[in-house]
Unconditional design. Structure first.
Ligand code: SF4
Length: 317
């Protein structure tokens, strides 16, 4: 059986876990292609207007797989860390897809909820195996190996490696070439690592002679430490990651500027972006800009914003 996985949303964070599990459980896997104009247009036409761009893209990637696979894997991520939640759009995703995209093969809904404790992960994969008709030792072994590869992926990113060097290994991503300084690029992985929709921002910054860091390069423990003095606990996992990494860069002399890439209509991004901007104004006053993406974002306008920011970096010297 051929299982389709949409290359969108948290695929970019969890692909080693999902792909390894499904392939070791004996399935063929098809990942939708990198985002292109056709996928974006499909997503925009199928999804409700007021959804954010990443959710629209997920619709486009799912529709793209419709006639290529036997079933489509749709994650329903409720919580990825005990005591925390992620954006409610992830919870409603399977229902949105079922109601908006017609002509799909059967959907495999992967319910994933670690809100109570980490044991929820093994339970989720056990249920997934049962739904796919695989059980026993094969599932245990597939889960263990998938988990191992996921931890390796996370460890490599936390050691500072550019995630695009893993996702697009055929290209050269030698960060040591950057001699002008380092720019922290803040945003969700599904915006930053999707080269079409992010207008290839990471490549453009590298080509301008700067190194790039992304939130995945900051360890979980560092993020917790940076946020421990916040007046209130944040309970959105990705909001924490974005704010915590930004706070870490504001305190790190090796970071010389910050670009916040957010998605139009995202409540979490608008809140966290404003907080980080205020901390920067009260503290280091690093060159800082926000670039908001939606389906209408034009390449020329985007490049102009980026060039203006890079000019500001030069002046700040
Ligand atoms: S966190 Fe923001 S960008 Fe991500 S799915 Fe939710 S609304 Fe969209």
């Amino acid at each position: 059986m051929n299982v389709g996985i949409p290359r969108a949303l948290l695929y970019f964070d969890y692909f080693p876990l999902w792909q390894t599990f499904l392939s070791l459980a004996g399935f063929e896997i098809t990942i939708s292609p990198p985002t292109n104009k056709d996928i974006l247009n499909k997503g925009v036409s199928l999804c409700v207007d007021d959804a954010c761009l990443p959710v629209k893209l997920f619709h486009g990637h799912t529709a793209d797989l419709a006639d290529k696979v036997d079933v489509i894997f749709i994650p329903r991520l409720i919580s990825i860390s005990p005591g925390e939640y992620i954006c409610p759009k992830f919870i409603g995703l399977p229902e949105m897809i079922k109601n908006s995209v017609k002509g799909l093969p059967p959907l495999i809904i992967f319910d994933y909820n670690l809100h109570k404790d980490l044991k929820g992960e093994k339970i989720a994969f056990g249920r997934l195996g049962t739904e796919l008709g695989v059980g026993g030792r094969a599932i245990d072994n597939a889960y263990k190996e998938a988990k191992r590869r996921q931890l390796i992926y996370r460890g490599i990113l936390e050691s500072g490696q550019n995630p695009l060097s893993i996702l697009y290994p055929k290209e050269r991503w030698d960060e040591k070439l950057g001699t002008k300084g380092t720019i922290g690029v803040i945003g969700h992985p599904y915006l930053l690592y999707d080269r079409y929709i992010s207008m290839d921002i990471i490549r453009k910054i590298l080509d301008n002679g700067y190194n790039v860091k992304v939130p995945a390069n900051v360890s979980h423990s560092t993020i917790e430490k940076r946020l421990e003095n916040m007046p209130k606990n944040l309970f959105w996992s990705y909001g924490k990651r974005i704010l915590g990494s930004g706070m870490d860069w504001l305190a790190d002399d090796r970071i010389h500027g910050i670009i916040f890439v957010d998605s139009f209509g995202c409540g979490i991004d608008s809140f966290v972006g404003e907080l980080l901007h205020r901390y920067n104004i009260r503290g280091r006053r690093l060159p800082y800009t926000t670039i908001t993406l939606d389906e209408h974002t034009g390449r020329a306008g985007f490049d102009t914003r980026l060039e203006a920011f890079l000019d500001m970096m030069e002046w700040a010297g």
